[in-house]
Ligand binder design. Sequence first.
Ligand code: PMP
Length: 410
Amino acid sequence: MLDVARIRQDFPLLRKADRGELGIYFDNAATMFKPQAVIDAVMRYYTEGSVNIHRGEYDLSYSVSEAYDAARVKVAHFINADSREIIFTSGATGSMNLVAMAYAESVLKAGDVILTLESEHASSILPLMRAAKKTGARIEYIPLAEGGRFELDAYRQALHDRVKLVAVAHVSNVLGYVLPIAKMTQLAHAVGAVMAVDGAQSVPHLATDVKAWDIDFLSFSSHKMLGPTGVGILYGKKAILDRMDPVLLGGGSNARFDRFGQLMLKETPTKFEPGTPAIEGVLGLSAAIDYLQGIGMDNVFSAEHALKERLVNGLRSMEHIVLYNADAPTGIVTFNVKGIPAQDVAFYLNANGIMVRSGNHCAKVLVDVIHTPDTVRASLAFYNTPAEVDRLIDVLRSVTLEACIAVTIA
Ligand code: PMP
């Protein structure tokens, strides 16, 4: 059992909430609050470092460069990769665009197939759609079962020898289901396809092992795992990254070039990282990983699962609530209140001091599968408490259309 009361002391915004000065934060899938250790790491860079990396011939630059390189090693260990397989980007969105532009657009041919799911996030599917358009490749969708559920048999049947890339989110940001990534990768490889995984909602919440799963790409964001915004990670198998050309060119990533445009790039991953990176963000991410490892990813997962079970059990008996993913194991609970638009429910919850998200959650194709354009999403984190969950249950028990309208027009 986690000592959540202790953990909450580490987060300035949770201390504020515990003082009654801030509501309950249940929008953790959008981004997570930051522990003081992360804030300190960012501050430390600006107060004690604040120089560029890998450029200066002086001690301060050496020490900041060392810390930056150590952060890359830490990220690699966190997902069981080699540090040369870790590219820092601007976010999961940046990582997935890199896969689409630097890999898919150069490898795919007319008639090839990208296999994906209707529940994918815009940041995954839109770059792939463009890659398909540019290359003449086709997007095909693995049929989802009732309620957006993934079935391995449907995936098996959807695979064929024209499938060259399988791109799926390990955990859906709308439904919170966890895909059997290792098995899916094995099946993808059996038809000669490469496996690109969107880990934006999985890496922060469950233990990740890219080697054991044998996946080819993994994209995720620092800010969804307690770290700063502006930093993302693309893991790629070294052999694949070595064959890829970067999308961006510039200082730091080239070994030499001449007036005729002859260019020699540096090795992977440096060739993908031209320009000055978000140094403070990467150092903050390193502190975030220390923090998560201090708790233990298995503890993170089980704490979030227990909170989610409590919420689902509380809502299940309410006639006026429609639950879309009652049996998903992660902390994402998606629902609607019958007869009340999702956004009005979110306004009402906000008026009652509870922060959630409403809408289609950037998964615009999924609306055809779950038969509703908008839902309310409460996404729970290990630092939330049973009392916070109970408060959400209580507020939802008495929600009415009139009460929501009153809040909306107030
Ligand atoms: N994929 C999924 C499943 C997500 O939930 C998100 C963030 N909502 C993204 C990708 C994009 O992440 P970011 O905005 O940090 O680039």
